[in-house]
Design a protein around this ligand. Structure first.
Ligand SMILES: Cc1cc2nc3c(=O)[nH]c(=O)nc-3n(C[C@H](O)[C@H](O)[C@H](O)COP(=O)(O)OP(=O)(O)OC[C@H]3O[C@@H](n4cnc5c(N)ncnc54)[C@H](O)[C@@H]3O)c2cc1C
Length: 473
């Protein structure tokens, strides 16, 4: 660019990780305005100190990011943030028939290459069914329900006991509703070619083993997950600072109500004013974006209207555990167990940076509640006090720790926060991208498209920012 007067003005709607990364990438070369409806930035990235009961923030939304992908670690490095890894001394468990079992390690999202791997968890009859995989030829579409496909191939018990809670941990959804192609694409080739899933998983695990074997002596395998001291939410203030340092404007408490395009210039209306810009990035959830683009891109708007969202709640708590340490890094609960909570992370066991900062005899935990498709009369009818009490009661029963006491706890609700990638999601997103590509100056970012995880959101945001820069340099 050749000076401020030549700069394009770009408006970004939504101050979650997607909008923040888009603004951060664009701010050096463009005049950027980020507009966020809420009083705070971060969207699904947020933290609490439980009213200053803990000396450092604890994530109340996303709590980790994949380290095996490059996006979050590269961004953290660029922002000067030191990465933290989960403890290797603890692992997670899964509830089955009322008791906690180790999560089988040699699987791809719960699918083993060898039925023996899941025998302890599932028992003989269900693991024999896994061994007798039923291969019924290629699927007659590009995508299929992940849960239904795997239940047909390997039996419903594996799906209900292991795959559903693992997938539920990512999407707050039920794997029979979710797309195979969009959620576990590594298994799609077996569905499309009509070949064995067990054999495919064996080859994927062999490739993983070969990578480990290639490590030099003394070198450890790469951690799967990462966080930051104070939680993964620490990306938010670091991004905010960089955007402001580059002269970007950030307006919180500013709800965008409509969007209009006129002669290639975009006008964004808020309750108080309107903003005109050369390009517009909507980094909002699909249920918001669909209304904002209803006039500019009606076909995409109606496709976005068909992306459902799950609501969940998170109860972070500081617990008096006396002299009896918690075992493991947490647990998952399949829907078939009919529990109030669907998962818990033992934060202070999982993250050494947190353990070092809280008193002896206490533990920090997170309890998660709610899945897509929860019926009426459930957790959403509880007030915050009931939510905390019922979650902790359930937690104590599952881990058999009746004498532990709550020191502090809060309820955090995530309404319509997690998109559900139904079968055919990938094709839907491709059609949306095709329509949007034909509209000059409009871009869509966020978790509704190519991945709900933080790295996927960063990747999409960076792609969008690069596209804007290449057309406006
Ligand atoms: C409880 C929970 C736990 C999770 N755990 C993990 C995890 O451990 N690891 C991981 O990788 N991912 C996790 N995720 C998923 C991940 O956090 C999200 O997919 C990601 O943060 C979404 O970012 P985003 O910017 O696309 O959307 P959001 O974070 O939803 O941000 C969208 C923003 O748009 C704003 N907005 C909406 N409407 C308007 C409007 N009209 N005008 C202006 N602004 C508007 C919203 O207020 C919000 O701030 C979790 C999600 C949740 C809810």
């Amino acid at each position: 660019m050749h000076g401020a007067e030549a700069m394009s003005h770009i408006t970004i709607v939504g101050g979650g990780i997607s909008g923040l990364v888009t603004a951060y990438r664009l701010a050096p070369d463009h005049e950027v305005t980020l507009v966020e409806a809420d009083a705070r930035l971060g969207g699904c990235l947020h933290s609490t100190t439980l009213d200053e009961t803990v000396p450092v923030g604890l994530d109340t939304g996303a709590e980790a990011s994949l380290y095996r992908r490059r996006e979050t670690k590269d961004l953290a490095a660029e922002l000067g943030l030191d990465v933290e890894f989960p403890s290797t001394a603890h692992s997670s468990r899964v509830l089955s028939n009322g008791s906690l079992h180790a999560i089988p390690k040699r699987t791809v999202m719960g699918v083993p290459g060898d039925a023996a791997e899941v025998r302890d968890l599932l028992g003989d009859a269900a693991s024999d069914r896994v061994a007798r995989e039923v291969i019924a030829g290629p699927i007659d579409a590009h995508d299929v329900s992940l849960g239904d496909f795997l239940a047909d191939r390997l039996g419903g018990d594996l799906v209900d006991t292991l795959i559903d809670p693992l997938l539920g941990g990512v999407y707050a959804g039920r794997c029979r509703d979710l797309s195979l192609a969009s959620t576990v694409p590594a298994l799609l080739p077996a569905a499309v070619a009509g070949t064995s899933v067990l054999e495919l998983v064996q080859s994927l695990l062999a490739a993983r083993d070969a990578q480990s074997a290639a490590l030099a002596e003394g070198e450890s395998p790469q951690p799967v997950f990462m966080s930051l001291v104070g939680g993964i939410n620490r990306l938010v203030p670091a991004l905010e600072k960089r955007i402001r340092d580059h002269g970007g404007a950030i307006h919180t408490d500013t709800h965008v109500t409509s969007v209009q395009v006129d002669n290639g210039r975009w006008t964004v209306a808020t309750a108080e004013s309107s903003l005109r810009s050369d390009a517009l990035v909507l980094a909002t959830p699909a249920h918001v974006t669909k209304d904002l683009i209803a006039e500019a891109a009606p076909a995409s708007a109606s496709m976005l209207a068909s992306v459902p969202y799950a609501s969940t709640a998170l109860v972070p708590a500081l617990v008096d555990i006396g002299d009896r340490e918690l075992e493991g890094s947490g647990f998952l609960v399949p829907p078939t167990e009919k529990s109030f909570i669907k998962a818990s992370t033992f934060v202070s066991n999982k993250w050494p940076w947190m353990r070092e900062r809280i008193p002896e005899g206490t533990a920090l935990i997170r309890m998660s509640i709610g899945r897509y498709g929860d019926g009426p009369g459930g957790w959403q009818d509880c007030d915050d006090e009931q939510l905390v009490a019922r979650a902790f009661e359930d937690w104590q029963r599952i881990v058999d720790r009746g004498s532990d006491r709550l020191i502090a706890a809060e309820a955090h609700r995530w309404e319509c926060a997690l998109p559900q990638y139904l079968p055919g999601h990938g094709e839907k997103v491709a059609r949306i991208d095709e329509e949007i590509a034909g509209i000059s100056g409009l871009e869509l970012a966020g978790s509704a498209y190519f991945g709900v995880g933080i790295p996927a959101c960063i990747d999409r945001a960076e792609t969008v920012a690069a596209r804007i820069t290449s057309t406006r340099a």
